[in-house]
Design a protein around this ligand. Structure first.
Ligand SMILES: [Zn+2]
Length: 551
């Protein structure tokens, strides 16, 4: 099958925007074809913008807590029109959509690859099943470690780093994940002993181990296993005024190893200003600018109704009285993690919410390298992913973001430095932030740009000054070379791929876990392992992320 896209403006995130033609040949992009080759479909895309398929590296689209949120808040499952501002910018809002809606809404924005960032080991099979049920997206998951009793105990007992590495490799392989995630290292487990706070150098109430110990051991394991994706970290003290101190300590705890700080907006707060809550975005952005081993995603807050779903039970419980509507769920999940579901409404005229909105934008605007700062709302925690087109317009238009800034709480307006940040993202920078950059830190060398040989995930947009319109209504989307969306209509898509890390596992770790796992968890390791065949049903494929080269 050969498709020809003629004379489109290719925006690639490699600084080489120009008009050129692409061929989609058997699922891959090619610059040219043999003169005698038969072209099956020809599209004149003159005047259109072509980009690679979008990649969301942090969006809660599968796994148990999404289903818990759907059960708690059935009113937030179906999409409804929500107005973001008085300019008439209207977006479809569905904080916990069905799997079908999830795939459809991502497709409508031109996204083709999404990562679920919190796969609980005990629930990994269900998470994979749910992701497999989302049409039009390639998916993968990060495995939650850092609060499982086995690991905490081993670190406390001083097992060798080699054993920790092999444990991480075994867990990733058994649960078919492509990265390692830490949520409030040690804190979720400490909460089970009624502790309400665990700082980076504070000891767990039972095991003599600190968050710093856990972060250092896991970051080292990720590096020594040559995993493409850095340790993916949700810091201690989420949402707490003054948490910039523990966030910087967390970044330092990995001792120069690669680290990805997720939903950074929730982790860079000071205690200044009239309400004891202030922005420390400048400090965090400077740290990122000066330290190339750090990447972040934003976790932008957007005004309106959403639901927060997090493994960080400690801090979700602390926020229970903020729930709107007033219903919450907290769970202890095996001896591996926890879960808190708290519905929430961000209000434009509320000081804290308004400042959070400015902090996310400040981070995007102050971090200089768009391949190290990624567009997320931590869906659905800061807002639903369907708000991305609106968020892109905020980044590309100073006047547009100021038109909203002027309606925030007066104390936000008097204390924020946002008006001084005149930067406007270019389309090239958006391609870096939403395509090329995420592909790079996920080890997805097969996608993220429109270069020859890449997977033919190609989006055709109508250019518009109003980027929210442009990015919410592509004219065509191709996945693996197949036309799956055209002029507002989703078409049947065939292939789906699950992205995994696939590290090599030593048999000695099998033997150790066969002995210790039943004692720790009450069931044996055979119940845990997800074999490849389970993920390959229905024509699905597995793809291993490219490991880091050892050079
Ligand atoms: Zn998250």
């Amino acid at each position: 099958m050969i498709t020809h896209l003629a004379n489109g403006m290719c925006v690639d995130g490699v600084g080489d925007t120009k008009v050129r033609s692409l061929y989609l040949v058997n699922g891959l992009i090619a610059e040219s074809i043999e003169p005698t080759a038969k072209i099956d479909a020809n599209y004149d895309v003159r005047g259109k913008v072509l980009m690679a398929g979008g990649i969301d590296l942090h969006t809660h689209i599968g796994g148990g807590k999404v289903n818990i949120a759907r059960l708690l808040l059935p009113e937030l499952v179906l999409p409804k029109i929500e107005s973001f501002d008085s300019h008439g910018i209207r977006q479809l809002s569905a904080p916990v959509p069905t799997t079908w809606e999830t795939g459809l809404r991502y497709l409508e924005m031109g996204y083709t690859t999404c990562m679920e960032p919190a796969v609980l080991p005990a629930n990994a099979r269900q998470a994979h099943r749910e992701m497999a049920d989302i049409p039009w997206l390639d998916t993968g998951g990060y495995l939650l470690l850092g609060n499982d009793r086995m690991l905490l105990r081993w670190i406390a007992e001083g097992v060798s780093q080699e054993q920790i590495n092999q444990y991480v490799a075994w867990m990733l392989k058994a649960h078919q994940c492509c990265g390692v995630k830490v949520v409030n290292a040690g804190g979720i487990d400490a909460f089970k002993f009624n502790q309400r706070h665990l700082d980076v150098d504070e000891s767990h109430p039972v095991f003599p181990v600190t968050p710093r110990d856990i972060l250092r051991a896991l970051a080292q394991a990720v590096d020594e296993l040559r995993l493409a994706h850095p340790l993916h970290v949700h810091c201690s003290n989420l949402g707490v005024p003054g948490n910039i101190a523990s966030t910087l300590k967390t970044l330092q705890a990995v001792e120069g190893r690669r680290i990805h700080l997720t939903h950074a907006q929730f982790h860079c707060y000071g205690t200044g200003g009239p309400h004891g809550f202030s922005s420390e975005a400048y400090q965090l952005a400077e740290y990122v600018n000066w330290n190339s081993h750090v990447t972040i995603d934003i976790g932008q807050v957007l005004f309106g109704q959403t639901v927060t779903i997090s493994g960080d039970t400690m801090h979700q419980f602390a926020n229970r009285n903020l729930a709107r509507p007033r219903k919450v769920i907290f769970q202890d999940l095996e001896c591996q993690a926890g879960c808190g579901v708290v519905p929430f409404r961000y209000k434009q005229d509320q000081y804290v919410h308004g400042l959070q909105w400015t902090i996310g934008l400040e981070l995007c605007l102050r971090i200089l390298d768009p391949t190290r700062v990624f567009l997320t709302t931590d869906h659905p925690n800061g807002g639903p992913f369907t708000a991305y087109p609106h968020l892109l317009r905020l980044l590309t238009s100073y006047d547009f973001r100021m038109s909203i800034f002027e309606r925030l709480h007066p104390d936000v307006q008097s204390s924020s430095s946002l008006p001084s940040l005149k930067r406007e993202y270019t389309l090239e920078e958006i391609a870096q932030m939403t395509r090329r950059g995420p592909a790079k830190i996920l080890g997805l060398q097969d996608r993220g740009t429109l270069e020859s040989g890449k997977v033919a995930d190609v989006v055709v947009y109508d250019p518009s000054e109003k980027l929210d319109t442009m990015f919410s209504s592509p004219t065509m989307v191709f996945r693996h070379g197949e036309l799956v969306y055209r002029d507002g209509q989703a078409l049947k898509g065939s292939c789906k791929t699950t992205i995994v890390a696939n590290p090599s596992v030593e048999t000695s770790m099998n033997a150790r876990l066969n002995r210790e796992w039943p004692e720790q968890y009450g069931y044996n390791t055979d119940m845990v392992r997800i074999v490849d065949e389970e993920l390959l049903s229905g024509g699905h494929r597995l793809k291993a992320a490219t490991p880091l080269s050892s050079s």
